[in-house]
Write a protein that binds this ligand. Structure first.
Ligand code: G3P
Length: 218
């Protein structure tokens, strides 16, 4: 299972990358705005800065919602760095854009996936990744993990190459459930990734080992 971090914060990206377990990065316009990155030139520079930290796919989202605009922006993003993946929303124009980029060998991440039908369409168009937002489904009392499971079944039935990138991950149990189901990738905040390492018995056990070592070496 691949681990992506879902942020535009360079410190968090570096910290996750230094752990040695980070495979890539996802961003979105809200995450860029949260870091105060505004204006198209600054946004493009920020993507390059992210690519210079992490050796792995970096999803960069188009803002246009019409086919021509998405193609123009996507080509500009893809030209920034070999690891850029063009992130495209699940709308009819987006499906056309994914099909276009798949014919050009430009990688895509179809975002804002909330149903199995949307996931099926994106795979047929040739998306490299699809991003089902499991946390946002949980927010409206719908089981996000069940959607990931349903998509896994559909993709396996037809051996689609499209990777399931579980997004809107909020906490460590989301990551564990995604791993049990067989999501190809998960993307979440640094806090959720670091929380996987935590266990009180680990802390208590380590304290005991260090105390016993200190006693024996007096
Ligand atoms: O990758 C999608 C993600 O950025 C959305 O997460 O927590 O805003 O639902 P969230």
């Amino acid at each position: 299972m691949k681990f992506f971090i879902d942020t535009a914060n360079l410190n968090d990206i570096k910290e996750a990358y230094d752990l040695g377990i980070l495979d890539g990065v996802t961003t979105n316009p809200s995450l860029m705005a949260k870091e105060g990155i505004t204006g198209s030139q600054n946004i493009l520079k920020h993507y390059v800065a992210i690519c210079n930290i992490v050796e792995g796919p970096v999803s960069a989202e188009v803002i246009a919602t019409d086919f021509e605009g998405m193609i123009r922006e996507g080509e500009q993003l893809a030209a920034l760095h070999k690891n850029i993946v063009v992130k495209i929303p699940m709308i009819p124009e987006g499906i056309k854009a994914i099909k276009y980029f798949s014919g050009k060998n430009i990688k895509t991440n179809c975002t804002l996936i909330f149903s199995a039908g949307q996931a099926l369409l994106a795979a047929k168009a040739g998306a490299t990744y699809i991003s089902p937002f499991l946390g946002r489904l949980d927010d409206v009392s719908t089981d996000g993990i069940s959607l990931i499971e349903q998509i896994r079944g559909i993709y396996d039935n037809y051996a689609f190459d499209t990777e399931i990138l579980a997004a809107s991950v909020r906490h460590p149990m989301h990551i564990i459930h995604c791993a049990e189901i067989g999501a190809d990738v998960m993307t979440g905040p640094l806090s959720a990734i670091k929380a996987l390492a935590k266990h009180p018995l680990t802390d208590i056990g380590l304290q005991q080992f260090l105390a016993d070592h200190a006693k024996g070496n007096k």
